[in-house]
Design a protein around this ligand. Sequence first.
Ligand code: ATP
Ligand code: MG
Length: 248
Amino acid sequence: MALNKAKVITVTSVKGGTGKTTTVLNLAGVLANLNKKVVILDLDLYSGSVAASLNLDKGSDIFTMCEDMMNNRFQTFDKYVAPYNEYIDVIASPLDPRNVNKIKANYIEIILSRLILKYEYIIIDTNHIIDNLNLVVLDQSDTVLYTITNDLMDLKNMKTMVSIFKDMQLNNFKIILNEARLNNTSYSKEDVKSLIGAPVDYVLPKNFYNKNIEKFVFEGKIMILDKSIASSKGGSTLEKIIKDIIKE
Ligand SMILES: Nc1ncnc2c1ncn2[C@@H]1O[C@H](COP(=O)(O)OP(=O)(O)OP(=O)(O)O)[C@@H](O)[C@H]1O
Ligand SMILES: [Mg+2]
């Protein structure tokens, strides 16, 4: 029997604070609503916030996992994975930032190869830095989602990234224009397309801005698991992203 392998979705950006983590959580929420088993891997190693956003405190994290692997004492995934609900599991970023530089990209590759056999979807949160680890992660991803804002510096940096992707003949990336993140819509979808040299695949509309987001974070809740948010325009965009990925 052929083994089903998880699809790897990485959410990244060319600038901090563009809405990656919020998007990661909501995409996991969409998958959960579709009864798909997903693990969120928080590889924003220095300032990961997935576990904290969901009020999860497993006491072990991606560093513990790598360290146990290096020392041949890796146990079952249950030791490292924090369940959020029936469908969503989380592997936290290092709880102690002093451990970050001990994490090696080749162990992340091994961990990914194992997670792929255990889940239907892996969603990876990242930081916006192009380092060796992120390059390995991009290489292992089926879909790379870039969240960008209406900020000109963000758009200029995205233009550079688009030309790098074109140079490398990579076309598995999609661009999400997050209008909910900045209260600034000086550039339309068409403007953004000509500024960055690639089409905008999805738009998270301005009205997806949620003034109560801190309440969700405080309570460890995922926005899109709220029915009214799921049925909003932004909710439908996130659902479309997942449905497109499922079809691929
Ligand atoms: N739809 C939204 N409505 C209200 N606030 C939002 C929304 N999306 C994101 N934010 C807020 O914007 C800030 C940045 O969002 P988020 O943490 O998702 O971005 P990020 O790209 O992961 O940031 P970083 O690069 O620091 O990891 C957070 O304080 C978050 O709560
Ligand atoms: Mg983040």
